[in-house]
Design a binder for this molecule. Sequence first.
Ligand code: NAD
Ligand code: DAU
Length: 359
Amino acid sequence: MTILVTGGAGFIGSNFALEWVAHSDEPIVNLDKLTYAGNLQNLASIADNPQHVFVQGDFGDTALVNHLLATHQPRAILNFAAESHVDRSISGPGDFIHTNIVGTFNLLECTRAYWGGLKADTGGDAKAAFRFLHVSTDEVYGSLSKTDPAFTENNKYEPNSPYSASKAASDHLVRAYHHTYGLPVLTTNCSNNYGPFHFPEKLIPLMIVNAQAGKPLPVYGDGQQIRDWLYVKDHCSAIRRVLEAGTVGEVYNVGGWNEKPNLDIVHTVCALLDELKPRTDGKPYHEQITYVTDRPGHDRRYAIDARKIESQLGWKPAETFESGIRKTVQWYLDNPDWVANVQSGSYKDWVAQQYGAKA
Ligand code: NAD
Ligand code: DAU
């Protein structure tokens, strides 16, 4: 028994790999291209663990994916790999189309051939037990007004950014491979994650890092846009649960019932930093907040209705927003080297030093 994950050196994928090794004895093969967002430093604690096999490569590389499937014979594939940052998708959508749509298409094609070759009558029915789990986002559902009910799995798709449109396209492909070919797929659509190893281009880590560096804390527009926050390890436990017990062909929304306006998030981060690492001049960090031009096409509100995964699969998040954000701020304070490395790009040198040819 083995699972194969793509994008397992990124923020959520690396947390997932670490959690997987902590919760299971089953081997995990981790295919990641190591784009700017992929970081082997995230996986340092399992670098020498034989249960975790890291492979640097592109999930759009047919020969490589076919080779990995033939060699490792996974019983499940979990697709985390993506270009994930909305602002980057606005300034350069091409990579998002190529990675999120074409890359996922390639992975599905390789999976279809591999799954088709599994024998139904041997190995405890490997074909029936196989799963393809696609990790997606709540952004595919578009934007809510203040009074709209939260997104359920029945909401129609209304993606507004090149990022969310590319994720929506990949979701549709996954759905089509189930309906057309019978591929046993599962899809999760999760809200905003936060926690360790979050690249400091995203709101929460950017605010923590900029605040300490004495830089402005850029709030887009009026800061009243709402996001629904989930601690990353809770997202990982939801994915494990869906993999274990989800019904084939179904979609599961994942969220922690934590809707917050961006400005509140920034003030919370500032208050925690005031407590845990006060400014040397004694002034509050919130003085660094700076209102900047809004993101084009900025979605106003996301909110996840998580009742399906809670009631059907018995999943619940372990962290409240208050406990999760405190752990997160503390993690960044405890890991200044990680921050310095990802900011300078020198983690590539670090990786070469630590891993040599493996990287
Ligand atoms: P991330 O940008 O931190 O990591 C993405 C990873 O994918 C990186 O390690 C990168 O190197 C890898 N990758 C990119 N292109 C690749 C390719 N062609 N082949 C192999 N690997 C490749 O992203 P994340 O925040 O960890 O998100 C992971 C997944 O979860 C994405 O599919 C994203 O859409 C989804 N998601 C993210 C959030 C969130 O809040 N971050 C919420 C819901 C869903
Ligand atoms: O909802 C799930 C999505 O959450 C994931 O699918 C994406 O991969 C992930 O990046 C995230 O997208 P967002 O656009 O919501 O995340 P981001 O951290 O970029 O921004 C969160 C909110 O904060 C958003 O309303 C924009 C705002 N923002 C962001 C940055 C980086 C600011 O006001 N200032 C900033 O500097």
